[in-house]
Design a protein around this ligand. Structure first.
Ligand code: FMN
Length: 186
C-alpha cells in the first residue's frame, strides 16, 4: 500500500537531525548544499553517507568529481544552513564572503564548523529520487571551540538543550552469602 507523501514528510519531520553543508569543487565557484541526511556508516574503512536529490547540480558535480566534503554546522551558523538550502532568495553565490579552506580532495570546507570530513567517493547507490553517496573519509578536522550543533526538527531550526540525567546507580558487588543454617528450637 502506497504511503501518502505528505504523511511521510510529516512523520519524517519528527526526526531531529544535525545540519551539514556538503560541498565539492565546481568550475569557477565551488558547489554546496545544506543536507541533514548525513550519517556515519563504517569505522574500518571510515565511511559516511549523504543522500542527494538526483536533480540537483551538486548531485552531478559529486558524481563527476568523485569527491566531496561535509562541514557540520554549529548553532552559530544558521546563516550558512539557510543560504546553502537556497532559502535566501537574494543570494546568487552561496560562497560569497566566505573564506573557505580547501581540503585534500580539493573540496571546500566552511570556516568555524564543528567538524569536517573530506571524502573520496566510495560507492553510489540508487535511492529513489535521491542517490546515496558513500564517501571514504581521507581527512577530517574538529573545531577548536566547543559549540552547540545546529539542529533541524519539525521544520524549525533549533539548538540543543542538555537534559540532566541522574547518575546511573552502581550495581552492588555480589557478596557470597553464608548458607543459612536452621537452628532448631528445643
Ligand atoms: C535542513 C535541510 C536539510 C536538507 N537536507 C537535504 C539532503 O539531505 N539532501 C538533499 O538532496 N537536499 C537537502 N535539502 C535541500 C537542499 O539543500 C536544497 O534542495 C538545495 O540547496 C537546493 O539547491 P538549488 O537551489 O541549487 O536547487 C535540505 C534542506 C534543508 C533546509
Amino acid at each position: 500500500m502506497a504511503v501518502d507523501s505528505q504523511a511521510f514528510k510529516r512523520a519524517m519531520a519528527q526526526f531531529a537531525a544535525g545540519v551539514t553543508v556538503v560541498t565539492t569543487a565546481g568550475g569557477e565557484r565551488p558547489i554546496g548544499l545544506t543536507a541533514n541526511s548525513f550519517t556515519s556508516v563504517s569505522l574500518d574503512p571510515p565511511l559516511v553517507l549523504v543522500c542527494i536529490q538526483a536533480q540537483l547540480h551538486a548531485h552531478q558535480a559529486i558524481q563527476q568529481n568523485k569527491v566531496f566534503a561535509v562541514s557540520l554546522l554549529g548553532a552559530h551558523q544558521l546563516d550558512y544552513g539557510m543560504r546553502f538550502a537556497g532559502l535566501q532568495k537574494d543570494v546568487v553565490d552561496r560562497f560569497a564572503g566566505t573564506v573557505w579552506k580547501t581540503a585534500v580532495t580539493g573540496s571546500p570546507v566552511l570556516p568555524e564548523c564543528l567538524a569536517w570530513f573530506d571524502c573520496e567517493l566510495w560507492n553510489v547507490f540508487p535511492g529513489g529520487d535521491h542517490s546515496i553517496f558513500v564517501g571514504e573519509v581521507v581527512a577530517l578536522g574538529v573545531g577548536e571551540k566547543e559549540s552547540h550543533p545546529l539542529l533541524y526538527h519539525n521544520r524549525l531550526w533549533r539548538r540543543t538543550e542538555a537534559i540532566e540525567a541522574s547518575a546511573p546507580k552502581r550495581a552492588r558487588p555480589m557478596r557470597a552469602r553464608a548458607p543459612k543454617t536452621r537452628t532448631r528450637k528445643r
